[in-house]
Write a protein that binds this ligand. Structure first.
Ligand code: NAP
Length: 278
């Protein structure tokens, strides 16, 4: 029987996941469909039970359900548990298992675009929201030894640093301190929503003191090149945007559902075409 997968969120009409996953199923001759389901918070429990009842094989979870879904799942993977957010649900027999593939997706995109081993980099994470937490904890879990975090609301950065269950050296600092001691970092990861369309001229910190040998990533992909990345590039640093993270979080979810590796280049191209990029 044809399998059914999907993504739940509110809003959901903008999601590019159906495009990406349906194309990957087609390319691998896998007999499955992927749909976007608009699920409001008051319908979340019923939706998760309903998905199980009708035999859905797996699904993605997006804003605002990534944390709220946890009580309705049967098991949570340790990284997703530490992050406190699930973006991928896999059916195993009669159980729903929750994973977070956002952080691993970011790491995979770094390996692809920059270098295989990032464990000895001195990392600065800019921002302390949901995406920052996923990336920070995934980097720490994967063995990165030094990860500092800065945020407008310092208390949130301190809370993430104190709750990190994975071993690494880490400091929580203000945006001002980050700007001043920027030269010591070899990998900078911008995770705030600043610079996203339509506020494309904004950036969270100045890169005046950037070490030009540092690698600079921004997880925003609309626009493809934020003001933050444009400044890093102007100063001579190598850069990457958030498209790779989005593609790889999807590719890792796809592998968990089907046991098959999708064609990541093809996934990337189809999303770029949709976004009107080159
Ligand atoms: P979030 O939980 O709401 O966190 C937002 C972060 O941005 C916080 O650190 C917040 O600081 C900071 N911020 C917002 N407005 C600010 C301002 N005016 N000045 C200084 N800091 C500000 O959001 P999220 O879920 O982590 O998402 C953040 C970004 O990542 C979004 O642009 C999202 O599209 C992108 N994202 C990309 C991917 C991908 O696959 N590429 C995946 C997930 C998210 P405070 O704590 O001080 O408010």
């Amino acid at each position: 029987m044809r399998e059914l997968y999907g993504v739940i969120g509110d809003p959901i009409a903008h999601s590019m996941s159906p495009l990406m996953h349906n194309d990957a199923f087609k390319a691998l001759h896998y007999d499955a469909d992927y749909h976007a389901f608009h699920v409001t918070p008051d319908n979340l429990e019923a939706a998760v039970k309903g998905m199980k009842a009708i035999g859905v094989s797996g699904f993605n979870v997006t804003i605002p359900h990534k944390t709220a879904i946890i009580p309705y799942l049967d098991e949570i993977d340790p990284l997703a548990e530490a992050i406190g957010a699930v973006n991928t649900v896999v059916r195993k027999g009669t159980k729903w298992i929750g994973y977070n593939t956002d952080g691993p997706g970011f790491i995979q995109s770094l390996k692809e675009d920059w270098k295989e081993d990032v464990t000895n980099e001195h990392v600065l994470v800019v921002g302390a929201g949901g995406a920052a937490k996923a990336i920070y904890y995934a980097l720490a879990q994967s063995g990165v030894k030094q990860i500092d975090i800065c945020n407008r609301t310092l208390e949130k950065a301190i809370a993430l640093q104190q709750a990190n269950p994975f071993h690494c050296q880490s400091k929580a600092i203000t945006l001002q301190d980050a700007e001043e001691c920027l030269a010591q970092y070899s990998l900078i990861v911008q995770t705030t929503s600043i610079g996203m369309h339509p506020n494309v001229h904004l950036q969270p910190i100045s890169l005046k003191h950037l070490n030009v040998n540092a690698y600079v990533a921004d997880i925003i992909y609309n626009p493809f090149e934020t003001a933050f990345l444009a400044e890093a590039k102007r100063l001579g640093a190598n850069i990457q945007n958030g498209l790779g993270m989005f593609i790889y979080q999807g590719a890792i979810a796809f592998e968990k559902w089907t046991g098959q590796t999708p064609d990541v280049k093809r996934m990337k191209q189809i999303v770029m075409d949709k976004l009107g990029g080159k």
